[in-house]
Design a protein around this ligand. Structure first.
Ligand code: XMP
Length: 520
């Protein structure tokens, strides 16, 4: 639980795939909220948290099963508004004296239309301008009798209790998911809910910045902090924020593993050392990384080698700072939400992600994580608030292992040089066509294959490369970007003409899943 002076809304998570979207909708309304898994929410937790309102998320369980997830009964005695969504509605009805039935023949998935009851309630203010509202349903069980004190305020063909409420107690319960995109007016429902709960929307970035600075000063005192700077948005925003709070008590360590893009190292050093005047250690460790990777073509071994060396190098340079007791990290909110796992089993490792987890214990450091409460787009907003240039804030994500995972097979310096040049031309093309901000991530991968070509009157035998560009909201799923044929043709011509060593260009049109964004 985070200490904050803002009014807080508590989201009790019952394991829905879209619980984070509820938090998004609320943050957009400048309401501070936290998601906590139902197992952690005890009566004691509630009295410490002091929510001004509570939302029960959806979830995959059935309230009819033994040991199904429940909130503590005390939540209904807090005297604050509660909104139950889908499973949240069913659990509310079940605990307050209504009836839920198994969904044989009445399960409903996908688009549905809700029509209003005679009496319109404030929760639905702005709804039903078109007489019926599109909503998104995803439920097996359904409520068959509402709890005493509740009345029905909206119905859909398969959900006679689509919208229910006990107005005296300000308990609301809906069968559909107002947080998803396919409930087009869902944001209004959240807006109405937080308004009637009395939130005044004081969660602004300006306020957040002030509060974060105060908290960093309190936590750190006059101790020294080191921060691993990658040049990515998260670590950059964290560094600038912490620097604003504690000045030169912060030293940043930027590890150049030789797998960066063209001009990247200079850009980071210029920005942070010269522009922000931050103490910055530029660890040029290209030789170390590249020689360790020589001859290695297995993707997992490559990732693990880079991860291991990164930690060693970081540790070596960080200890030069002397006497640091904190490590700053750009951890975001989606990384810290404890997700509710019903399967209980470990998920399969698709790729070993590069991170410095374990480092704080090894070095005896405490963590400073000033972005722990923020989503990615909020970090960007904070970056703007802190005056970071738009070109930095809008940057596409770049993976920790860098170009290594865009160079399938063995990595050589020659291939890395070619890749850097091709990538620079490709990104330049994207920028020239004004497409950079529409794309989540774009890059070139150099393929471990040479192909025959003809240039001028001569034969060439050079590398093939693949262009990758995807749209995504969170990197978890992605689709390829639909460039025009003209764009692709022009880009291929430029790369082949301008980059010696490449004589064939392909475009990767794989979505994720089944592909991944990176090639390794
Ligand atoms: P994949 O390739 O798994 O990538 O679809 C999803 C997103 O994660 C980035 N990525 C990484 N980021 N360390 C990182 O910091 C890593 O080891 C790593 N591997 C992939 C990738 O660039 C994409 O944005």
């Amino acid at each position: 639980m985070t200490q904050t002076s803002h009014d807080r809304l508590l989201i009790i998570d019952f394991g829905s795939q879209v619980t984070q979207l509820i938090a998004r909708r609320l943050r957009e309304l400048n309401v501070y909220c936290e998601i906590h898994p139902y197992q952690n929410v005890t009566a004691r937790f509630l009295s410490d948290f002091k929510p001004k309102a509570v939302i029960f998320s959806g979830g995959p369980a059935s309230v009819l099963d033994q040991a199904s997830p429940r909130p503590p009964a005390e939540v209904f005695d807090l005297g604050v508004p509660i909104l139950g969504i889908c499973y949240g509605q069913q659990v509310m009805m079940h605990m307050l004296g209504g009836t839920v039935q198994r969904g044989e023949g009445t399960a409903e998935f996908g688009r549905a239309y809700v029509t209003p009851a005679q009496e319109r309630i404030d929760l639905l203010y702005g709804w039903f301008e078109a007489e019926r509202e599109q909503v998104w349903m995803s439920h097996g069980d359904h409520v068959s009798a509402i709890a005493p004190g509740f009345a029905v305020y909206g119905t859909s063909p398969n959900a006679p209790f689509a919208v229910t409420a006990d107005l005296d107690r300000s308990f609301f319960a809906v069968q559909f998911h107002p947080e998803v995109h396919h409930t087009p007016n869902g944001a209004k429902l959240y807006e109405n809910f937080v308004r009637l709960a009395g939130f005044d929307g004081d969660w602004t970035m300006g306020a957040y910045r002030e509060e974060a600075i105060r908290k960093i000063r309190e936590q750190v005192g006059d101790a020294k902090v080191i921060c691993g700077l990658s040049g990515g948005v998260d670590s950059s925003v964290a560094a600038v924020l912490i620097h604003e709070a504690i000045g030169d008590q912060l030293t940043c360590v930027f590890v150049d593993h030789g797998l960066l893009r063209q001009g990247e190292a200079e850009e980071v050093v210029t920005m942070f050392r010269d522009h922000y005047n931050m103490p910055l250690i530029h660890a040029d460790e290209q030789e170390l990384f590249l020689s360790a990777l020589e001859g290695e073509s297995d993707p997992e071994t490559k990732r693990k080698t880079i991860g291991r060396l990164f930690i060693d190098v970081f540790q070596k340079h960080a200890s030069e700072v002397g006497g640091a007791s904190f490590l700053a990290q750009g951890t975001l909110y989606p990384d810290v939400i404890e997700s509710v796992s019903f399967s209980g089993g470990p998920s399969v490792t698709i790729k070993s992600h590069h991170n410095v987890g374990g480092l704080p214990e090894k070095m005896g450091l405490k963590l400073v994580e000033p972005l722990r409460e923020l989503f990615k787009d909020e970090v960007r907003e904070l970056g703007r608030e802190l005056g970071l240039p738009p070109s930095f804030i809008g940057r596409h994500p770049f993976p920790g292992p860098g170009l290594a995972i865009r160079c399938p097979g063995e990595i050589t310096r020659e291939k890395l040089d070619i890749l850097r040049k091709a990538d620079a031309v490709y990104i330049d093309q994207i920028r020239r066509h004004g497409l950079y901000d529409e794309i989540w991530q774009a890059f070139v991968a150099i393929l471990p294959v040479r192909t025959v070509g003809v240039m001028g009157d001569g034969r060439t035998y050079d590398f093939a490369c693949a262009l990758r560009a995807v749209t995504s909201v969170d990197g978890m799923t992605a689709d390829y970007y639909p460039f025009s044929h003209e764009f692709l043709g022009e880009t291929a011509t430029r790369i082949i003409n301008e980059v010696k060593g490449i004589n064939r260009v392909t475009y990767d049109i794989t979505s994720k899943p089944p592909g991944t964004i990176e090639w390794e």
